[in-house]
Write a protein that binds this ligand. Structure first.
Ligand code: 1HN
Length: 354
């Protein structure tokens, strides 16, 4: 065959294929061979981008929203932190959602429940509450509060200052599975079912009650829903004092479900890290794209050529498999959540520690 005949043959094939695709597309048929390598990647290449939300900037937009719309009217007054690589998807990573919620003094966010699992991480304020199935957790700065799937939850602010927290949900995961259900209670607040802090008193100290189990009231496999900063911060400090530092994580503690030692939610894992001043972590990459909140200190997140400066209350996201490392200028304390809980269940989780 001459060069010309070969080109002619390729053109014939291309035009025959194009004709085939056009004819079969209306029947819901597509050629795998055109997209196989984009569907089955040799390693993760996330459409999500590494990104930082500056707290002061984000907060000023949120406060502006607070002047225009009430929490009650909005149902939840939240600015979605949407990853610029996932435009229109209300997602911070392909599987997770993040938002910043404002609740002003005297406001309520009405009671509802849904399939989505949620965590709240308090960014500022004091004394507002999340009520879970009618039991209040009174929230302070950097507390972690859970609202697991299908449990009734409402929020209120009985204090005298605005409260702002980060909402972390598995919205895109539930959407992937087409499994969303939601309902409103009808009244703004759930009737009180237990004194504020009851479950924390029973389950929050690595013990469980002999009698009067909150499991009579709370789901037996998921009793605890409040992890106060006042508890986790000293625990992290003790770890830092006691032990050798992990070269990739620094001093790190994962929040666990006391019923089984597993992750805090069925789809979401959460942990905290302490990086001493001057510490530079080694590079790691993992399939669980992770959202970080800077609780204390300053430093840098290095992702290849890119550097993201870190200061208190900034939110940053590291997508799946992006090699990254942290540098602590001053003692750096981070909160983090990811979909590791889902990925481990699905045998998908992988990590590479350099
Ligand atoms: C939700 O229930 C809350 O309870 C916040 O505060 C944000 C975003 C999507 C769906 C449910 C809340 C939410 C949400």
């Amino acid at each position: 065959m001459t060069q010309g005949e070969m080109t002619q043959g390729a053109n014939d094939q291309r035009s025959q294929l194009e004709a085939l695709y056009a004819a079969m597309a209306p029947q819901g048929l597509q050629p795998l061979w055109e997209s196989l390598h984009a569907l089955v990647l040799t390693e993760p290449r996330s459409p999500a981008k590494p990104w930082r939300w500056d707290y002061a900037e984000t907060r000023s937009f949120l406060m502006r929203a607070g002047d225009i719309i009430s929490a009650e009217q909005a149902e939840r007054r939240v600015l979605i932190m949407e990853n610029p690589g996932l435009a229109g998807q209300a997602a911070i990573t392909p599987s997770l959602y993040a938002g910043l919620q404002l609740i002003l003094p005297g406001e309520v966010a009405p009671c509802h429940r849904h399939a989505q699992n949620a965590l709240r991480f308090v960014m500022e304020g004091s004394g507002a509450f999340t009520a879970l199935d009618g039991e209040k957790a009174v929230m302070e700065q950097f507390d972690l509060v859970l609202t697991p799937a299908y449990q009734w939850h409402d929020h209120g602010n009985d204090g005298d200052a605005p409260m702002i927290w980060l909402d972390g949900l598995d919205i895109p995961t539930v959407r992937l599975f087409d499994a969303s259900f939601a309902e409103r209670l009808g009244s703004a607040a759930h009737p009180e079912t237990a004194a504020p802090g009851d479950t924390l008193a029973r389950y929050g100290h690595n013990m469980r009650p002999m009698r009067g189990s909150a499991a009579d009231r709370r789901p037996a496999g998921r009793p605890l829903f409040h992890y106060p900063y006042a508890d986790w911060r000293p625990a992290l400090q003790s770890l830092a004092t006691a032990g050798e530092i992990d070269p990739h994580f620094g001093h790190a503690l994962e929040f666990t479900n006391p019923a089984d030692g597993g992750p805090v939610l069925s789809t979401i894992s959460a942990h905290v890290r302490l990086l001493p001043a001057g510490f530079e972590s080694r590079t790691r990459q993992a399939t669980d794209g992770t959202v970080f909140v800077v609780c204390e200190g300053t430093g840098e997140l290095r992702l290849g050529e890119e550097t993201i400066a870190l200061k208190p209350r900034d939110v940053v996201v590291v997508p799946s498999w992006v090699p990254h490392r942290f540098l602590a200028a001053t003692e750096l304390v981070l909160f983090a959540y990811s979909d590791k809980a889902s990925q481990v269940k699905l045998d998908l989780y992988r990590e590479f520690n350099h």
